[in-house]
Write a protein that binds this ligand. Structure first.
Ligand SMILES: *[C@@H]1O[C@H](CO)[C@@H](O)[C@H](O)[C@H]1NC(C)=O
Length: 147
């Protein structure tokens, strides 16, 4: 009888926990950020146009016109609303009639829903720079296309 009670307790504890983990998301999962900086030249406006795939609706559009040296534009990806595998694509442009551009930039891409990720994009005159860590210096990744 004693043995049976222990067995019961262990079983209930084990399956009870499994159920809890199944129903509730892991705690302390920080949101993922995509951040854009405009370091072009005084007077420049960076146009940012992104499509974020969502579980509930097909896409969420993020549009912003960011002035030179303004506070960075931040897209917060709420990990609750993300499916496991997804890509946020953005079109960036600037200059007269948006002469300089880069389309379908994979601003954020993930195969699993990870937490607390940063993707920082810095628009400069010579192209688009990138870093994944605040402490890490950005590196040049793409040149601007022209139309
Ligand atoms: C970016 O531009 C491409 C083609 O020019 C277009 O197909 C795409 O929908 C645009 N993306 C966004 C986020 O507006």
């Amino acid at each position: 009888m004693k043995f049976f009670l222990v067995f019961l307790l262990v079983t209930v504890t084990y399956f009870g926990q499994k159920e809890v983990h199944g129903f509730f998301p892991p705690l302390k999962c920080k949101d993922n950020h995509i951040v854009f900086h405009n370091k072009l030249r005084p007077g420049s406006i960076l146009e940012i146009n992104c499509l974020e795939p969502r579980v509930a609706r097909p896409y969420l559009r993020h549009f912003h016109r960011l002035g030179f040296n303004e506070n960075p534009y931040k897209i917060i990806l709420e990990w609750q609303s993300l499916s496991g595998k997804f890509t946020v694509k953005c079109n960036l442009s600037h200059g007269p009639n948006q002469k300089f551009y880069y389309n379908d930039l994979q601003a954020y891409s993930d195969k699993a829903s990870r937490c607390g990720q940063l993707r920082s994009w810095i628009a400069k005159v010579d192209g688009i720079w990138f870093t994944e860590k605040y402490a890490k210096p950005e590196g040049w990744v793409f040149g601007w296309k022209t139309r």
